[in-house]
Design a protein around this ligand. Structure first.
Ligand code: PGD
Ligand code: PGD
Ligand code: 6MO
Length: 834
């Protein structure tokens, strides 16, 4: 594919040409055709080791044991510029070198001087000492307070790899040694993935979408509703295939009209020359209701579709026209809320109804107070248009997340399991069979909705509603985190700091001195995935390859893999054999590969034997069937709504949900409803004038790579950039490159000003994931010197239904920083004592 005359996105490297070896070993694998991407290649000295990351598959040039240069994989159609940051993360000054313990904790015991967390006062200890301390503290907490005093929810994006999946490895250890409190859901799409099963019978957010090829053939209007695949498909939960760019290109060449409904003129909008419509953030439901009202009043809605494939339209209709609440959701009513003129809403309704239209929504709109409503309303709008299941029409929730590229015919590679709790023979010291204390029983069975962690710490014993059930918060004394950065990802930082002071002990495994590691009592330095071997699949939806992840360099400093760390803890509790099952790293990799090989064989494909795969230095590529290239979302349901009924109680799209009605939640009524969020731009009770959009960053994966050279590409005056419209900037006397203070009643941060016409007036954009850098960690509400946006956001739950994060809810004011701004310190090593 070519990029035509368009500039490449900043997120891509120019494609390098690779000299492909002609030495293909055709004989590998039974049945003739090899599944190796290039054919299996002979291993020669100039053959560079292959590995993989959230930013793509890559090859590594290593000199004298140092990873000198990263080379994009020859099969990556659009390698990410973030690969260079990935390489730098190994050697960055923010690397954690040794096990460390917070001095007050070490000298005075668990819970000592909790206000001192984050001050950087650490003491270096040996691995033996560190693991002894962790094992002893786990035992103390469990004996004194029970298993439910240990929180191991440990949410986060970790690194790729089926073996070294650090959260699963942590759970395996915590289960084996006595049980813990876990978490359910995620910060990404928890509102959508709870509401959509009630509406369409599946989580929706991880469903494959109609392929880009099919969009190009059939779609006339593509609506990107808070959806920016040109940025967010650059990474993947497994390894990105980067097929989205070819997809967008095909759509562009086909002349599909793109409409972007977004407070930011996104990369996707720019690439596809889209029409930019910028409503006030958090008002999308009102905007969609205004459009729905036009469809209904102009009889543009598809009554036959609604009758055959949906339930509850009549209840919704009464709300739409104001029969139930006296407020007709006219375009004028909607315009008043969302800031888009009524005539434009009329035009949109007619355009959608008059053309084959795909409504594609990202996840930011559901990461807001009442975030269950936008996806529900989008499905309702699509149902009114009646194009669901037709080629190129309907709705989608995953284009921004690598969907839309065809799924290959490949086996799934299993990964490490967290085990099934303990066998009687594995009972910890002091327990006899039949002893039913929680310490001896193992798994606590308690899981909290993941974004409620701070609420849990602050309110032990409190019971909350959650999707028709109840959850009672335990009293946590110890938390263990591996593979996540809660001091970046959680909302309302100062409230979080208050909550964290309540626990006795916080253990963190990481390889970077993130704010989370800095707020730990015990810090365990782990390897990056480039310092160990593993195996992974390519493409969250494409599933195109299985890639051997070869160790690139030996572990730096005293880093150990998470696996070895937990094996060491289990060893101290007499459970090492049970933890490792006597297997080494390569045994596990082989084991998972062999299981995939059996699955492939059942599908009629023969994968090479493990040693051939591992030594080939190339990935295995799987074929793709025509049916997958022609995939159309919800076509089966449309073609046969009885045989392919949806997983909802009615088997149809539920515009009114009886199940939700039964729950009687005032913050989640039984049909899509406009409700004012606690704060929004020009909201009736909102104190501050600017909406804070915390988009996903272009040059990072959340907070990952913030501590690397990539910062040079985007930081402004050494701080996290803050996009602001020229009108808002002028009003505050701000110009490009200024340092400004963004503040509200929750917190304050410094940012670097980037004035841009590509953002709506009244909205500022500060990307999530900037590292938290408190000026005085002991002082509540202290200034964050770098620009962690979650000092400004609200921790309110979306509703009692999903209890999800409302990270996109928050408003603030901005002022020029007077005087010399304080130096950013979070990218330097904290103080330490040998
Ligand atoms: P990451 O920066 O990816 O963020 O939050 P998440 O915590 O996932 O953190 C991963 C951490 O794991 C890093 O510190 C990394 O160094 C570490 N790590 C990587 N590999 C390993 C390993 O092998 N072992 C160990 N022990 N550690 C490892 C992301 C979360 O943020 C998400 S998914 C979303 S969608 C949310 N988005 C927003 C948002 O839109 N707006 C705001 N305001 N806030 C958000 N927060 C959420
Ligand atoms: P965001 O950037 O938060 O991404 O994917 P998600 O779709 O949530 O938001 C997408 C768009 O929504 C943005 O252009 C934003 O301006 C717009 N928007 C924000 N608020 C509103 C609103 O109220 N209304 C409307 N109409 N639009 C709005 C997140 C996904 O991205 C997730 S969950 C993860 S874990 C991954 N994270 C990253 C990452 O950190 N970095 C990159 N490069 N890529 C990612 N991909 C994944
Ligand atoms: Mo996410």
């Amino acid at each position: 594919m070519s990029m035509g005359n368009n500039r490449p996105f900043p997120s891509q490297l120019s494609r390098r040409s690779f000299i492909k070896s002609a030495a293909a070993l055709a004989a590998l694998g039974a049945g003739g055709g090899s599944l190796f991407a290039n054919g299996a290649l002979a291993q020669t000295p100039d053959r560079l080791p292959l590995s993989a990351s959230h930013w793509g598959v890559f090859r590594a040039q290593v000199k004298n044991g140092r990873f000198e240069k990263v080379l994009p994989w020859e099969h990556d159609p659009h390698p990410s510029v973030m690969l260079e940051g990935m390489r730098d993360s190994i050697y960055s000054p923010t690397r954690i070198k040794y096990p460390m313990v917070r001095r007050a904790w070490l000298e005075q015991g668990p819970g000592a001087d909790p206000d001192g967390r984050g001050t950087g006062d650490f003491v270096r200890v040996s691995w033996d000492k560190a693991l002894d301390l962790v094992a002893a503290e786990m035992t103390r907490v469990r004996k004194t307070h029970g298993n439910s005093a240990v929180y191991g929810g440990s949410y986060g994006w970790k690194s790729v790899g089926k073996v070294h999946s650090c959260r699963v490895l942590l759970w395996r250890m915590l289960k084996l040694t006595g049980g813990f409190v876990s978490s359910v859901g995620n910060y990404s799409n928890a509102a959508a993935s709870v509401i959509l099963p009630h509406v369409i019978g599946s989580a929706g957010v991880v469903d494959q979408c109609t392929t880009y090829e099919m969009l190009a053939k059939h779609t006339k209007v593509l609506v990107m509703w808070g959806c920016n695949p040109a940025n967010t498909s650059n990474i993947a939960w497994m390894v990105p295939d980067h097929g989205y760019m070819d997809g967008l290109d095909v759509v562009k060449k086909a002349g599909v009209k793109l409409i972007c409904i977004d407070p930011v003129r996104t990369e996707t909008c720019q690439f596809l020359d889209g029409e930019w419509i910028a409503p006030k953030p958090q008002t999308d439901v009102a905007m969609m209701l205004g459009i729905a009202h036009v469809l209904y009043s102009e009889k543009l809605h598809d009554e036959a579709f609604l009758k055959k494939y949906a339930t509850g339209f009549e209840d919704f209709r009464k709300y739409l026209v104001g029969e139930t609440d006296g407020v007709a959701k006219t375009p004028e009513w909607a315009a008043d809320i969302c800031g888009i003129p009524a005539d434009k809403l009329r035009e949109l309704a007619r355009t959608f109804a008059g053309n084959r239209t795909m409504l594609s929504m990202g996840w930011s709109t559901q990461r807001q107070h009442h975030g269950e409503q936008p996806p529900w309303m989008l499905v309702t709008l699509a149902a009114m248009l009646g194009q669901i299941g037709l080629p190129g029409g309907g709705f989608a929730f995953s284009y921004h997340y690598n969907a839309g590229v065809p799924t290959h015919d490949s086996p799934s590679v299993p990964g490490m399991s967290d085990g099934r709790g303990r066998a009687l023979a594995d009972l910890p010291p002091g327990c006899t069979p039949g002893n039913t204390t929680s310490y001896c029983m193992g798994d606590t069975g308690v899981s909290i909705p993941v974004s409620r962690v701070v609420e849990m710490l602050l309110n032990p014993g409190m019971t909350i509603d959650f999707n028709g059930s109840k959850v009672t918060y335990p009293d946590i004394k110890m938390a263990f985190w591996a593979g996540g950065n809660p001091f970046a990802h959680h909302q309302d930082r100062n409230e979080m700091l208050r909550a964290w002071r309540k626990i006795d002990t916080f253990v963190v495994n990481d390889f970077q001195w993130t704010a989370t590691a800095r707020h730990a009592d015990i810090v365990l330095p782990v390897t990056t995935s480039y310092e160990r071997n593993d195996i992974e699949q390519v493409g969250d939806f494409a599933l195109s390859h299985i890639v051997p992840m070869r160790k690139i360099v030996e572990p730096l400093y005293e880093a150990r893999s998470d696996y070895d760390v937990y094996a060491g803890i289990c060893d101290r509790l007499g459970l090492k054999e049970q933890y490792t099952e006597g297997l080494t790293e390569i045994d596990w990799i082989r084991n998972f590969y062999e299981k995939a090989r059996m699955t492939a064989r059942a599908k009629g494909m023969e994968m090479p034997v493990f040693d051939a795969f591992w030594n080939s230095e190339d990935a295995l590529e799987f074929p793709v069937k025509q049916a997958q290239k022609d995939f159309v979302g919800y076509a089966a349901f449309r073609n046969d709504p009885l045989l392919s009924a949806l997983g909802t109680p009615s088997g149809k799209i539920e515009i009114f949900s009886k199940a939700i009605a039964k729950m009687k939640y005032d913050d989640c009524p039984p049909h899509p409803t406009w409700m004012e969020p606690i704060e929004r731009l020009d909201g009736p009770t909102t104190k501050y004038p600017l909406h804070v959009a915390s988009n996903h960053p272009i040059y990072r994966l959340h907070s990952q790579l913030c501590g690397t050279v990539l910062r040079e590409k985007y930081a402004v005056a050494g701080r996290e950039p803050c996009w602001i419209n020229p009108v808002d900037a002028a009003r505050r006397g701000l110009k490009d490159g200024d340092v400004a203070r963004a503040f509200n009643d929750r917190g304050q941060i410094l940012v670097g000003i980037k004035v841009s016409e590509d953002i709506r007036p009244g909205v500022i954009r500060i990307d999530e994931g900037g590292w938290y850098d408190p000026e005085n960690p002991r002082e509540e509400g202290t200034l964050c010197r770098y620009g962690d946006v979650n000092n400004l956001t609200s921790s309110v739950a979306t509703s009692r239904l999903a209890q999800a994060t409302s990270a996109q809810t928050g408003s603030c004011e901005l002022e020029k920083y007077q005087g010399t701004p304080p130096k950013v310190a979070v990218f330097d090593e904290p103080e330490q004592q040998a």
